[in-house]
Ligand binder design. Structure first.
Ligand SMILES: Nc1ncnc2c1ncn2[C@@H]1O[C@H](COP(=O)(O)OP(=O)(O)OP(=O)(O)O)[C@@H](O)[C@H]1O
Length: 757
């Protein structure tokens, strides 16, 4: 990129070609419409001519504005690109959007808008220049579309160099004139707008060369295309759309979860995020050191279960969102061991990448380099980690990446590949890039050992910040008690007693407060004082008490069965799925309200959100699987795997059939399938995907006389003979064919082991 610099004599000179973003100083950029034969060219500038052209005036305008704003450099498209050099032109066309985005200021020079006339009359609601502004030629040209959208600051000036306003103050007018939504004008991520919507923004705009109408969209779509002038508009658009299709496919294949939705879900299920309970971190010296010191790249927040780490990270994400708009990207990931989709090292990198490319689509090029060859397998085979980590490093080293904040919550919940993920975080936190990591986990020595290897790290222990955490928990207690008092109509005495009990027993643990308050919600007001002592301090003591409560209830066996099942499944199951997987619930399969009620009897261990059953917290699952294991798995966990496998086979045999979604035609694209309502796969979706995993876990280490039924005429053989094709169809409808292929290989291995004499 070449820039212009003002010389002492008031003239301008071109810099050399500046390679690499680090060598590019802050600059302003001009946006205008071209006048045939009147523009100052690259050749003019190098020959020292062109001062007599009308276009020279615009360069002076841009230079003067830049100087006024304290910027020594500026860029003008007419003369900063050597258009006689095809390589340079191609690079410029594909970089233009980024150049406009990186400009500190963009000055729009409107030759056809004059401020010579003053306000129409006193009290008039619009300025005299507004009618001319509305019909300005600038709004009708193709290239000016990205010049409006890409820069953070766009200032409009009249023919007389008078400032009219900027794209923030004139948002409503610009939105009306262009039809472009406000969030796109204000720098919102463009992938949130459909391809058709983005195409519509240029529909009524013109370009001198017909192909340019397509090329002017490259930055807006975040794709790379070599310009072929002469190919015609139709072919140029076809090539653009082909690129978009590949882009779309790549993003779809990468997609695993939308961390923004995960964050929202987590905040919702945990009862909403309280700013007063996390904002202490913003004033914390360690946090500030990590945030403000360029050399500090890795912040590790560590603390015991339920100390509020996840909610703290949600809060930090919110604060960084405000802080980083236009200066850096923010990407986060919340590991959850109870959900096999989001509890592995590869899932973390996929999730982080997904958020990065959403904000800066041009970064997809690094994924495309591998995805164009390998397709979806790139994200699903044994080499996925290698490929993803290489892609991730390329992304972090992309010269156009201004900076990035990367957050990973609950490293201890990353069940697969944690050591390599930690090594990767440590490695990339030492790279010379503007990247900062923030991670959280429990106080695990294995994590500490690896994080210690990072050069510039900051450790923030919640236990060592007990005063701040304690004050934050106090805010939380007051908030929850106020809510309870309102809902349950406590009198002052009851309210004070609850407050005092929580305050003196919380031990700086949010989760304990959250669980106790949840239980108080089920206790009638007149019993609350009497029941207070039933909530002992300490998480385990509380879980223990919840377990005893279940034990002494009429539905103890059923509740324990449900808890065991929810602790074993590979992803949270829906009420529909639960009703079929848990045999004693079978009769209620068409009465989900009752299933929901029964889940409600399982103490506060479980919670239901949008029809799906989750553990209220990871520590609840940990408690059940360790301290209460003998109670909920009296015959061991294999027995639960066996039961889930066996129920899965039954539900699949009962529900799978040909063309369940009534698609009729063969070859219907799987990604366009919408589940009918009611969904015939609602009850068997989980079973279709995971039955082989349960079979395999049941078999794992089984003694010879307990062998799983894989022989001819056994249940597996019968199922495959009768339903194999329907099962494949179901896998495809569940968009889980790749997982199915892995499962089939697993089944084959299992057969070989078991059936070998
Ligand atoms: N800032 C906050 N606003 C609202 N609720 C909060 C806040 N901090 C903590 N909580 C409450 O405390 C509970 C525990 O917090 P959180 O899940 O963040 O703990 P954690 O340290 O991540 O636990 P673990 O390490 O066991 O996963 C949450 O479910 C929520 O109810």
């Amino acid at each position: 990129m070449r820039l212009l610099r003002r010389c002492d004599a008031g003239e301008f000179s071109l810099t050399e070609d500046l390679i690499g973003d680090d060598s590019i100083p802050p600059y302003a950029i001009l946006s205008h419409t071209w006048q045939e034969g009147e523009e100052v060219t690259f050749k003019d500038l190098t020959d020292g001519t062109g001062q007599d052209k009308n276009g020279y005036n615009k360069i002076r305008f841009c230079g003067q504005q830049a100087e006024h704003d304290g910027l020594n450099y500026f860029w003008v498209d007419t003369c900063c690109i050597d258009k006689s050099n095809y390589g340079e032109l191609q690079e410029a066309l594909n970089s233009m959007f980024r150049w406009y985005r990186k400009a500190v200021k963009c000055y729009v020079y409107l030759l056809d808008v004059s401020t010579a006339k003053r306000k129409v009359s006193d009290g008039a609601s619009e300025f005299a220049w507004e009618p001319a502004f509305r019909v300005s030629r600038w709004f009708t040209r193709g290239w000016t579309l990205q010049e409006l959208i890409a820069p953070g600051s766009v200032e409009f000036s009249s023919r007389e160099w008078k400032r009219l306003g900027d794209k923030r103050t004139l948002t409503q007018q610009v939105r009306k004139i262009t039809g472009i939504p406000e969030s796109a004008l204000q720098g919102g991520p463009l992938p949130q707008f459909s391809i058709n919507e983005r195409l519509s923004w240029i529909q009524h705009r013109q370009t001198k060369l017909e192909e340019d109408k397509a090329y002017a969209l490259l930055g807006i779509f975040g794709v790379y295309l070599a310009p072929i002038y002469g190919e015609g508009k139709v072919r140029a658009f076809k090539r653009l759309m082909d690129e978009m299709d590949k882009w779309d496919k790549c993003i779809q294949d990468l997609y695993l979860t939308d961390s923004r939705n995960d964050k929202k879900r987590i905040e919702d299920t945990k009862g909403g995020l309280l700013k007063d309970s996390y904002r202490w971190i913003l004033g914390n010296a360690d946090f500030q050191r990590w945030r403000d010191d360029q050399q500090s790249r890795l912040l590790w927040i560590k603390g015991d279960p339920g100390k509020g780490k996840t909610m703290l990270l949600c809060g930090v994400a919110n604060e960084l969102t405000g802080l980083t708009t236009n200066t850096a990207l923010l990407s986060y990931f919340f590991c959850q061991s109870t959900d096999s989709r989001i509890n592995s090292a590869t899932a973390v990198l996929r999730g982080l990448l997904n958020m990065l490319v959403y904000q800066q689509p041009s970064l997809v090029s690094h994924i495309r380099k591998k995805h164009d060859h390998a397709g979806k397998r790139l994200f699903e085979d044994t080499n996925t980690w290698i490929a993803l980590s290489e892609i991730f490093i390329d992304v972090l080293q992309d010269p156009s990446l201004k900076g990035a904040y990367l957050m990973v919550d609950a490293l201890d919940e990353c069940a697969t590949g944690l050591p390599k993920l930690l090594d990767f975080i440590v490695q990339t936190s030492c790279m010379p890039a503007h990247v900062k990591w923030i991670v959280s986990s429990r106080n695990w020595p294995a994590i500490e050992e690896r994080i210690e290897r990072a050069g510039q790290k900051v450790k923030l222990s919640l236990e060592l910040n007990a005063d701040s955490v304690s004050t934050a928990v106090q805010f939380y207690i007051r908030h929850r008690v106020a809510q309870l008092a309102l809902d349950k109509r406590y009198n002052e005495k009851e309210k004070s007693a609850v407050l005092a009990h929580l305050t003196s027993n919380a031990n700086d643990t949010f989760l304990w407060v959250a669980l106790v308050c949840q239980s108080f919600g089920d206790i009638p007001r007149w019993k609350v004082l009497e029941k207070l002592e039933a909530f002992p301090p300490g998480l385990d003591a509380l879980y223990d008490r919840m377990m005893q409560h279940i034990h002494s209830s009429d539905d103890a066996d059923l509740c324990k069965r449900i808890l065991a099942l929810i602790a074993i499944v590979y992803r949270p199951v829906t009420l529909d799925e639960l009703a079929y997987l848990c045999e004693p619930l079978e009769d209620m399969a068409d009465d989900l309200a009752s299933v929901q009620q029964i889940v409600g009897l399982c103490g506060s261990f479980l919670t239901i959100r949008s029809g799906t059953v989750y553990f209220v917290h990871q520590s609840a699952k940990d408690f059940l699987c360790t301290k209460a294991a003998s109670v909920i798995f009296p015959s061991g966990t294999k027995e639960i795997h066996r039961a889930i496998f066996s129920r899965s086979l039954q539900v699949m045999s009962k529900t799978l059939r040909r063309d369940m979604y009534g698609l009729r035609t063969l070859g219907y694209p799987a990604d366009q399938v919408e589940p009918p309502d009611p969904d015939p796969l609602a009850a068997s979706r989980y079973s279709c995907i995971y039955w082989i995993d349960h079979l395999s876990d049941w078999n794992d280490g089984c003694s010879a006389h307990n062998r799983v039924p894989l022989q001819d005429q056994g249940p597996v053989d019968n199922f495959l003979r009768m339903k194999y094709l329907y099962w494949l169809e179901a896998l495809s409808l569940c968009k889980s064919m790749p997982k199915g292929v892995i499962s089939m290989a697993k089944l084959e291995t299992l057969m070989k082991v078991i059936l070998t004499p």
